[in-house]
Ligand binder design. Sequence first.
Ligand SMILES: NC(=O)C1=CN([C@@H]2O[C@H](COP(=O)(O)OP(=O)(O)OC[C@H]3O[C@@H](n4cnc5c(N)ncnc54)[C@H](O)[C@@H]3O)[C@@H](O)[C@H]2O)C=CC1
Ligand SMILES: O=C(O)C(=O)[C@H](O)COP(=O)(O)O
Length: 377
Amino acid sequence: MNIFIDENIPYADDFFSDIGEITRFAGRELTAEQMTHADILLVRSITKVNQTLLSQADKLSFVGTATIGEDHIDKTLLANKGVTFTSAPGCNAVSVAEYVISSLYVLAEKYHFDLLTKTVAIVGVGNIGKALQKKLTALGINLLLCDPVREQTEDGFVSLDYALTHADVVTFHTPLTANGDHPSFHLLNEANIQLLKQDVCLINASRGEVIDNQALLNEIYRRDKNQELTIKLVLDVWENEPNPLLELIEYTDIASAHIAGYSLEGKARGTEMLYQAVCQHLNLPVVKKLDELLPIPSVTQLTLNNQEQDVNQLKQVIHLVYDPRRDDALFRNLLAVKGFDWLRKNYPMRREWSSLKLERISNNQKGLNYLQIGFDV
Ligand SMILES: NC(=O)C1=CN([C@@H]2O[C@H](COP(=O)(O)OP(=O)(O)OC[C@H]3O[C@@H](n4cnc5c(N)ncnc54)[C@H](O)[C@@H]3O)[C@@H](O)[C@H]2O)C=CC1
Ligand SMILES: O=C(O)C(=O)[C@H](O)COP(=O)(O)O
C-alpha cells in the first residue's frame, strides 16, 4: 500500500506508518508520474488534485485533504474515477477563530478602541463562523451574521450589503466558490467595497480570491486621496498565493502567510481525521489517538487575579497563548527573502487557548467567562 503524504502534514508517520509505505512530497511539486504508484494520496491546500495530476493514477483509491477548504480538489473527477474523497471539516475552525479575535485585540490596542462597543459582521457562518460567533457572543460583542445559504432555511441573517454598511468589523469565512447561487469569488469587489464604514476593520481569513485585492487597494487609495479614514486591515489570505499583491501589504495592520488555521491542534486534527477516514476506507480498526501525540504546551497553567473584570487581563492572556504580531513580523521581514511557502513550512509552534489551564484567585462572578471563550478553566 503506497501512501503519498504532503510534507507539511504533521504526525503522518505516527498515524500511517503501520498502514503502508509512506512517500512524502512537496505540495507544489507532486507529479502525475509519481501518482502512478499511489494507492492513497493525502494533500494540503496547495496541491491541485485535477485531471493533469491524476492522468496516470490508475491505482489510486483514496484522496484526502487535511484541510477544511476543498477548492483545490476536482471532486467530480474523483467521483467519476470512483476514488473515495474526504476533507477535514472543522479541523482548524478554532484556530481561525482565535486568529481573528487575537487580531481584533491587537487592533483595539493599536487604535485605542473598546471592542465591546463594536458590531462584528461574520460573512459565512459555517464551522469557523460559528466558532467565532460562540466566542464573540461569550465576550458580549454585538454580531451581524451574513450567510445567504443558511438564510434559505434559518432566521437571523442579514444581507451582505447590510453587513458592509453597518458593521465596524467585517470578517470573511466563506468557502471559495465560482458557481452556484451564492458564488464567493470576489464577494467583496469594486461594486460594494465603498459600502464599508469609515474606520472599518476588515479581515480575510478565508481564501484570497473572496476579496478582489486590486479593488481593495484601489479603495484604500481612494480613501487616502479623499483624506478619509483608512481601512484597518487584517489579511491572512491573498489572491494569487504564493505571490501576494505586494502594494497591499504596506496597508495592512496584520499580514500573514495563510496561517490562521495553523495551530498545532488544528493541523494535527486534520491528520487524525484523515487517519480515521483511511481506516474506514480500508476497513481497519482506529487505534491511534491525537491526544496521545500532542506535546505538553510550553505554558500549561496561569493564575488570574480576578478581583474585577478586566479587558486588559483578557487581552494579556489571549496574546500570551498567541499573538499574531509574531506572524505579521515574520511575514514583513521574510516574505521577500524566504518566500510565502517557506513561511508556512517553517511556521513556529502555536497552541490553541484550550491548551492553557486558568485558575482564579477569587470567585468573583463578575469575571469574564474564560471557559465559554475556549480556555481550560
Ligand atoms: N486562513 C486559513 O488558514 C483557513 C481558511 N479556511 C477557509 O475558510 C472557509 C470556511 O471554512 P468553514 O467555516 O469551516 O466552512 P463551512 O463549509 O463549515 O462554512 C462555510 C459557510 O459559508 C457559507 N457561505 C457559502 N457561500 C457564501 C456566500 N456567498 N456568502 C456568505 N456565506 C456563504 C455557507 O453557507 C457555510 O455556512 C474554508 O472553505 C476555507 O476556504 C479554512 C481553514 C483555515
Ligand atoms: O483548512 C484550510 O482550508 C486551510 O486554509 C488550511 O489551513 C490551509 O493550510 P495548507 O493546506 O495550505 O497548509
